[in-house]
Every structure is written in C-alpha cells, then in structure tokens.
Design a binder for this molecule. Structure first.
Ligand code: ATP
Ligand code: MG
Length: 423
C-alpha cells in the first residue's frame, strides 16, 4: 500500500466545510478591501527566494524544496507567496495600470521541515499584498483586514495581535550595531544556530525559539529605543489609526520575523491554543524587497495567514459549518423503474436539485437506510407499481409523511422539493 509523502496531507471531505468557510470569508473580505486575485505558479527560479528572503533565513538555509529541472536550472517550489507576488507585479509591470496594486492569493506552500501537528511540508496560505504606498493608514488598513477576518471567523478571541517596527535603512543599522555589541558579551550562552546567526544576521537571534536564548535576550537592546524620528512617527500614526477602530494589539519590541525583507511595521497573530505552534498569521512592510529582486523601488506591505492553523482554531468552536446537504435520495425498485429514474435524476439535477440515486438492486428498506445515512430530507420512490400508474412517491423523512405525484409534472415536482426542503 503506497502512502502519502511525509508532511503532505489529504484534506478529507469532512474537513472541507471549514476550509470553505475560511476561503469564502477571506475572498469576500479581501475583495471588499480592494484586493484582486492573482494566481502565482508553484515553481520559481531558486534565485528569487535567495535574493528576497535572505541567505540566512530558515527557509533558504534549510527548508526549501529545491531541485534541478531537466534543463539544469535550479528551481524551487514556493515556500511563501510574497516573493512570487512581487515578481509577478514587476514582471507584468502592473504598476503601469494602477500605481497602487492590491492582490491576494490562496494556495499551497512547501517547506521541508519536521512534520508535527500544525506543521506540514505542504501547507496553505492566504496571502495579501499591497504594492505602491508608504502610508500609516495603509499599514493600519492591512492589519485591520487581518483582525476583521479573524473576527468574522469568530476566532479573534483565541489570538493576540503583536506589532513592532523594525526601522528603516537609516535606523536599523544603528540598532544592529547595538545588538551586535550586546550579543558579543553573551555569545557563549547562545545556541549553536544563534552563534552562526550572530555573525551573519544578528537580528534573527531575537527570533530564536530556544528557551536558553530567550533568557539571555531579556536584557538585549530594544529596537524602539533606536528608531529614527520618521520611523517613530510612522509607527505612532499607524497605531493611532488602529486605536481609532478599536483594534486590540500589543507592542512586542522583540518581534522581528524570520525574513530579511521586512522594514518598519511588522505584525503577527499568535495563539496559545495550538500546542507547540503559536503563529497563525504574520506580515509586515517590505519597502526594499522589490528593488532587491531587480525591480523598481516600490514600498509595499502584506501578510500571510496559515490556513491549517486557522482551521484548527475554528475546530475549537461549536456550531461547525456543515457540508452542502442533499435535497433528496431517489430510491428505485426494478429494472424499468431504474431506467426511468436514471433519466429523472438527470432532469432534477439540471434544475438545481442536489440528488443522490440508488445504483444497485436493493430492498426499499436498504435504500431508505442509505437516504438516512446521507441525511437526505426527502426520498423519491419509484417502483414498477408507480411506473405503471405514471406516478412517483415523495416521502418526507422527518415528518414520516408521503405524497403521490404525477411522474410527468417535472416543474411541479421541483417546486414541491424546494418548498419541502426549505420548510
Ligand atoms: P513558524 O514560526 O511556525 O515556523 P513562520 O514564521 O515560519 O512560522 P511565516 O513564514 O510567517 O511562518 O508564514 C505565515 C504563516 O504560515 C504562519 O504564521 C503559519 O500559520 C503558517 N505556516 C508556516 N509554516 C508552516 C508549516 N510548515 N505548516 C503549517 N503552517 C505553516
Ligand atoms: Mg517557520
């Protein structure tokens, strides 16, 4: 028996209603906020991720599905969407049609990490990117969009929104110096990964999940003390917009995010309800990214929502969304009735009736059991006797009542089914 690849998971029919709930709410909301859908490919040139995420990011260092294709090119299965979205935006010069480009994407991402609950090798993200503006009200709008999505899904109370500013080209280097100096003094106490990070990308040390590192870092310098005037004002205005809407957040001066491309506003939605996993969504401003991948200098901001983890939060709620129910089951008795019923099923389905029919010679009792199992509120019964009379029987399973109707009258039957199902 061949099983699925480790870390690659099937999403089974009973889980689909939750996924659809998230996807539909997100699509509606993203469109209400002015975002259009943009679909990016699974494969990109490896160089795109190396240049945007940074050589020292976890993703580039150890998590990418990278291989040589048959032509000898190094390609990578997208580990995240922002780099691809930015590439698409630049490649098609979308900034010509509108100086502000707001796009969303939903799809699978691929990272080779250790699979566990809430951590997969193929997982899904909802992704939002706004290219073209540097404005505190836009940052606040993007954060508010994330907040609204979780409120609409009724799981915002299971999460905390953390916000920080990472500074800009001017002030970040100054903070980096101060941090380096501090890390120099505590280097013996850092984990081996952080020893390496310290040399290559010291900011990332702040993101380390090792307890020992977190303890040492308690006394690390605080980025908020190093922000330039512009960055301070920018953050103040962003937060004021959020306050005006009553969005709840905490400022976490340790929040750095694992990727190189972020500048100024960064944020993360975290939870304590998913065991070892605490991040459900994250994002930030990336004013230098488009230039870094060879494009125009265009400030931008975005976020990504982890859909598996969001679905896991939804599962904590009662009143879970259910799948689309059938309207009726078509029970058929005898060869002639089956032939007639086969055609009737097609006609009813074309009229929008969700119907399942019997395909095997079975007793009426067995067929009614199946109808019950698939939770069909109505059963249409067609046997040799009804066929001879030119009728069929419609049975309301809940009421235990049934009615005989003319087989000919399709319109009447459709109307009757819809009325019975709605009542
Ligand atoms: P983590 O700290 O859990 O590794 P991350 O910082 O690598 O998360 P991001 O790159 O910010 O995650 O991706 C945004 C969201 O995508 C995360 O908040 C999370 O919900 C989800 N996500 C990331 N990696 C995985 C994974 N391997 N499996 C499932 N969801 C994931
Ligand atoms: Mg990760």
């Amino acid at each position: 028996m061949i099983k699925a690849v480790k870390g690659f998971r099937d999403i089974l029919p009973q889980e689909i209603p939750l996924w659809r709930r998230v996807e539909e709410e997100a699509r509606n909301l993203f469109e209400a906020f002015g975002y259009s859908e943009l679909r990016i490919p699974v494969l990109e040139k490896t160089e795109l991720f190396k240049r945007s995420l940074g050589d020292t990011s976890d993703i580039v260092e150890k998590e990418m599905y990278t291989f040589q294709d048959k032509g000898g090119d190094s390609v990578t299965m997208r580990p995240e969407a922002t780099a691809s979205m930015a590439r698409a935006y630049l490649e098609h010069a979308l900034y010509h049609s509108d100086p502000v480009g707001k796009y969303f994407f939903f799809g699978p991402m691929f990272r080779h990490e250790r699979p566990q609950a809430g951590r997969l090798r193929q997982f899904h993200q909802l992704d939002v990117e706004a290219f073209g503006y540097l404005s505190p009200s836009l940052d606040a709008e993007v954060i508010c969009l994330l907040d609204t999505l979780y409120r609409r899904l009724n799981i915002r109370d299971l999460t905390t929104l953390e916000i920080n500013s990472l500074g800009c080209r001017e002030c970040r280097p100054r903070f980096r110096e101060a941090l380096l100096e501090f890390l120099d003094g505590v280097k013996e106490a850092l984990c081996p990964d952080c020893q390496r990070r310290r040399e290559r990308n010291p900011l990332r040390v702040l993101d380390c999940k090792e307890k020992s590192c977190q303890e040492v870092l308690q006394d690390a310098p605080d980025i908020s003390q190093h922000l330039c005037q512009d960055c301070q004002e920018y953050q103040g205005q962003t937060l004021a917009y959020l306050d005006s809407l009553g969005v709840e957040y905490t400022i976490n001066p340790r929040l750095v995010r694992g990727l190189d491309y972020y500048t100024r506003t960064v944020f993360e939605l975290t939870t304590t309800h998913l065991g070892a996993q605490n991040a459900v969504a994250a994002g930030g401003r990336y004013d230098d990214l488009l230039k870094q991948i060879g494009g125009k200098d265009i400030p931008s901001i975005g976020f990504a929502v982890g859909v598996e983890r969001t679905v896991m939060l939804l599962e904590k709620r009662r009143d879970l969304p259910q799948g689309t129910p059938f309207h009726c089951y078509l029970a058929l008795l005898g060869g002639e009735a089956t032939k007639e019923g086969f055609n009737l099923a097609q006609k009813l389905r074309e009229k929008g009736i969700r119907l399942e029919m019997n395909h095997q010679p079975k007793s009426l009792k067995a067929q009614l059991r199946r109808a019950d199992k698939i939770k069909a509120p109505l059963v249409i019964i067609l046997g040799e006797e009804e066929l001879a009379k030119g009728t069929l029987i419609v049975r309301n399973m809940a009421k235990g009542e049934q009615e005989e109707r003319p087989l000919e009258d399709l319109e009447g039957l459709v109307g009757y089914i819809k009325k019975e199902v709605e009542s």
